[in-house]
Design a protein around this ligand. Structure first.
Ligand SMILES: C[S@@+](CC[C@H](N)C(=O)[O-])C[C@H]1O[C@@H](n2cnc3c(N)ncnc32)[C@H](O)[C@@H]1O
Length: 304
């Protein structure tokens, strides 16, 4: 993923791009959410030399297998022909394309047969990053097997539009970029079938054990979930407050920056996601975010 110099370079380049292309403005004005959104839009749509180095859009399926929690390769290999995989924040959709490549061998992940009819997939991105390889692959699969959807973020889709999925992944996509993590998780879990699994990661966050420090000296964790008293409980602890899911979190401290991975199995339909309020959102690759948990309602005062 990205190194210290990359993060600094990305931020500097971002500032340069913003300054170079934005109309003159009062430089003493505080950064607003609107301004950060505008910068983030530029990141999404940057092409050629304007695409930030840290904005990686072409991770392969093997990179997904390395980054995501154990079990992802097996879940994918065992996907049945009528079952569906959604990759949220797919960039070019390379991981999905690798799955349909004739060289993809599900036996490496424990499936017995070499030749199997593969499942169906949807790759989702805010901006259209398809390459000629996308169309070449579409031409080799069945009409409903492979789709690319773009033009809006996950939370703007309905279940009617997308249908449901047995497998959902997100490798530094919407889970790391959304400015509303609670709404994101609500929508994502509504798209997951009961017993379906969501595999994802977050970079440079407080790990479940609380044993790590932010990767960049003097910088905060990239995504924080704070209680009313200001304590960052970390993403894992917050995910574990969602009902109807089983969550396992694994820290990969040897990655740069370190990753925490999440494997989430939906166990029933009555999902309730504790709401969060965005407290800070600074555009980036990925953005820096602070979410505040709703303070519990005050206990009723007993009547005398
Ligand atoms: C850094 S790229 C990662 C691409 C791909 N996963 C990879 O590893 O190569 C981020 C992707 O997430 C998408 N994205 C960001 N926020 C999103 C959201 N809320 N809903 C859907 N896609 C989102 C972007 O449009 C882009 O496709």
């Amino acid at each position: 993923m990205k190194s210290t110099s990359t993060r600094l370079f990305a931020l500097l380049l971002l500032q340069f791009l913003t300054i170079a292309s934005a109309p003159a403005q009062n430089t003493t004005a505080p950064l607003t959410l609107e301004a950060e959104r505008a910068k983030q839009e530029k990141i999404y749509h940057g092409r050629g030399e304007l695409r930030l180095e840290g904005y990686v859009i072409d991770r392969s399926l093997s990179a997904y297998v390395r980054a995501l929690p154990g079990g992802f390769a097996q879940s994918l290999a065992h996907l049945g022909p009528e079952e569906r995989w959604l990759d949220v924040g797919a960039g070019q959709g390379l991981a999905v394309l690798d799955y349909y490549a004739p060289e993809y061998d599900p036996r490496q992940a424990g499936r017995r047969e070499r030749q199997i009819k593969k499942g169906r997939s949807v790759a989702m991105s805010i901006e259209d990053r398809r390459t000629p390889r996308w169309q070449q692959t579409v031409d080799t699969v069945e009409p409903k097997q492979l789709h690319y959807v773009f033009g809006k973020s996950l939370r703007e889709y309905s279940v009617d539009e997308l249908g449901r999925f047995q497998l959902i992944t997100d490798v530094i996509g919407g889970f790391s970029y959304t400015e509303n993590l609670a709404l994101f998780m609500e929508k994502l879990l509504s798209l997951l079938t009961v017993n379906g699994t969501f595999y994802t990661v977050a970079q440079d966050v407080r790990n479940e054990a609380g044993s790590n420090k932010p990767h960049y000296a003097g910088e905060p964790f990239l995504s924080q979930i704070k209680t009313a008293s200001g304590e960052d409980i970390g993403i894992c602890a917050w995910l574990k407050k969602i009902s109807c899911i089983e969550v396992s979190c694994e820290y990969k401290g040897d990655w740069t920056p370190p990753l925490e991975t999440y494997k989430i199995r939906k166990t029933c339909d009555k999902v309730t996601v504790p709401q969060l309020k965005a407290d800070r959102y600074v555009a980036g690759t990925p953005p820096e975010r602070v979410f505040l948990m709703n303070s519990p309602a005050p206990a009723p005062v007993p009547k005398p």
